[in-house]
Ligand binder design. Structure first.
Ligand code: GDP
Ligand code: MG
Length: 595
């Protein structure tokens, strides 16, 4: 089948809107993209967004972003949570005439709890207000963002009515997404389903934002939590058929093997075995200011596009106070596709309010309240396995001491020593010198790379300078181990020498088989040069004349190389200035002087 792979590099990421109802989100998305995201008849009639809306934005750099327009009304916050899961950048919309309102705060809090790190603020309807008022609103928004990861988000004044600020906004969105593409397209495929329908003649179609991995036609997938197998018959990205869809794209997937009635919003389409369906989630909980979380409280859990009821077991106390944190176990009333590291939001059962959110630390395992060992196990789950953390810190490019690596990995000295021992015994790290805290370590694969690069560099040096004894250590250190401290470089060289991979003579390093050598032709001429200088005794001609007479009229650099070689191999002696004597003549002169 002829496959025209859709370009992946131009997928810049997913932008999600956030902000109070009627602040101009949908209008702004339409002004930017030309797409009206309020497409339901009811939305048109009531003039508010209920469902998520999707549009494609062409960025000034030529890349494209998906825009998820969320409803602002308080009653539809659950749709907002579904939309904000998996976005790379939040476009916080605040109407200049109204300023910060309740859902401005709530949407921002949700985006932050879901781990969104980039944002742009658009002050909309700017043509309606005086500059002095605009400045006040701007201050309010700055105060709202202070202390959050979005504190330095750029702010732009726009008006969908006059077109003011739209070009600037496009540039800011483009810049904000600059590094987002790196996260995309890695890992196993995961598509949280936000809509399901059936198309006559085709069968079941689901849509969602592909949050990781890629999808191709004919891929075999698994639907969770039902674990039904499904196959991809067709793919569409932004309404155009494709053979492959990449992470960060809005995708419609035509599935074979599942009926329309077997799929719901909140289900996840994933690489088989990549995720499980669970009813027990061990989590780190973060409670928003102005709210409290009680042990045993019934909650709405929003994860991805799913929403389920659950009860929280607080593992450490009776409650988590406003703005506080703690470990908890969420017992779900129905199973849900979830994995370690997933972010979620919790809302109170009744009345509905966003209480907080958190991160999944473990799935499917019971943890007991007030048990030190269980809390410790969760702390480890949160931080990760010490050996893995240490290995990350040892991934070079240059060796680090155990103390440095422990600090980077956030491990206590004893923990780090145990982790290092484990890595060494599994051959996943190597020792390059030192001892105790100063043990110099490098991840095994990195050491392999480094060895290859160092020997490659020496090989190249020998090729360029066949007459030199070897490469000066300092030069090799600068070329390959630029970031290493002197001590680390010394240890690396010593290890290479000990392993017989490199030879060390004075300040020079060389490969074991290497000998400085003249080519046959140069050899003959060099002999002429030496005998001419020997014959001249203590009255040698200028070196330039001698070289020319010997037929060695090459470039100055080659001449210098040759002279240095003849000096280092003991055939010539160099005196003050540019005077060269034959070694024998010089020796005779010296013994005469002594006599
Ligand atoms: P949303 O609920 O945040 O999606 O808000 P909408 O996009 O539906 O806009 C709410 C109302 O504000 C609509 O009547 C828009 O026409 C109006 N509106 C949006 N942007 C502007 C603007 O820049 N200037 C003015 N004057 N009105 C605007
Ligand atoms: Mg809207």
């Amino acid at each position: 089948m002829a496959t025209s792979l859709p370009p992946i590099a131009d997928v810049a990421g997913v932008i999600g809107t956030a902000g109070h109802v009627d602040h101009g989100k949908t209008t702004l998305v339409r002004a930017l993209t030309g797409t009206d995201t309020d497409r339901l008849p009811e939305e048109k009639r009531r003039g508010i967004s209920i469902e998520l809306g999707f549009a494609r934005l062409e960025l000034p750099s030529g890349r494209r972003a998906a825009v998820v327009d969320v409803p602002g009304h308080e009653r539809f916050v659950r749709h907002m949570v579904a939309g904000a899961s998996g976005i790379d950048l939040v476009l916080l919309v605040v109407a200049a005439d109204e300023g910060v309102m309740p859902q401005t705060r709530e949407h921002l809090a949700i985006a932050l709890l879901l781990g969104v790190r980039r944002g742009v603020v658009a002050l909309t309807k700017c043509e309606l207000v005086e500059p002095a008022w605009l400045a006040l609103v701007e201050d309010d928004v700055r105060a709202l963002l202070e202390g959050t990861t979005l504190a330095r988000a750029p702010m732009v004044h726009v008006s969908a009515l006059t077109g003011q600020g739209l070009d600037e906004l496009r540039v800011l969105l483009d810049q904000g997404l600059e590094h987002a593409a790196a996260r995309l397209d890695r890992g196993l495929a995961r598509l949280p389903v936000d809509r399901v329908f059936s198309v006559s003649g085709f069968g079941t179609v689901v849509t969602g934002t592909l949050t990781s991995g890629a999808l191709q036609i004919e891929d075999r997938l698994e639907l969770l939590p039902s674990r039904l197998p499904a196959r991809v018959r067709g793919l569409e990205v932004h309404g155009s058929p494709v053979t492959r869809a990449a992470a960060g794209q809005r995708v419609a997937v035509n599935l074979v093997g599942v009926e329309r009635a077997e799929v719901r919003r909140g289900d996840v389409l994933a690489t088989p075995g990549a995720l499980g369906a669970h009813q027990l989630l061990a989590v780190r909980l973060q409670v928003l200011p102005g709210h409290v979380l009680e042990h045993g409280q019934r909650l709405h859990l929003h994860l991805g596009t799913a929403e389920v009821l659950c009860r929280v077991t607080l593992l450490e106390g009776e409650r988590i106070a406003a703005g506080g944190q703690g470990f908890g176990l969420l017992r779900l009333e129905e199973p849900l596709a979830a994995g370690r590291g997933d972010r979620f939001i919790v809302r109170s059962y009744s009345p509905l309010a966003t209480l907080g959110g958190g991160v999944v630390l473990d799935v499917g395992r019971r943890y007991r309240r007030q048990r030190a060992e269980d809390l410790e196990a969760l702390a480890v789950a949160e931080r990760g396995d010490p050996a893995e953390l240490l290995r990350e810190a040892l991934r070079g490019p240059v060796p680090r001491t155990l103390a440095q690596a422990a600090q980077m990995a956030g491990l206590a000295p004893q923990e780090a020593a145990a982790a290092a021992a484990a890595l060494l015994s599994q051959g996943r790290a190597v020792v390059l010198g030192g001892s105790g805290d100063g043990l110099l370590l490098l991840e095994a694969a990195r050491w392999e790379d480094l060895r290859q690069r160092l020997t490659q560099e020496l090989r190249e040096y020998h090729r360029l300078f066949p007459l030199r004894a070897g490469m000066p250590r300092e030069e090799l250190r600068r070329q390959v181990l630029g970031a290493a401290e002197g001590r680390a470089a010394t240890a690396v060289f010593a290890t290479l020498v000990a392993q017989g991979l490199v030879r060390s003579e004075g300040e020079f390093l060389s490969l074991p088989g290497f000998r400085p050598q003249l080519s046959a032709a140069v050899q003959v001429q060099a002999e002429h040069l030496v005998s001419a200088l020997e014959a001249a005794g203590l009255a040698p001609p200028s070196v330039g004349e001698a070289l020319e007479a010997a037929g060695l009229a090459g470039g100055a650099a080659q001449q210098a190389e040759l002279l240095a070689f003849l000096v280092s191999s003991g055939r010539l002696v160099r005196a003050e200035g540019q005077l060269y004597f034959g070694a024998r003549a010089a020796a005779e002169a010296a013994s005469r002087v002594r006599a």
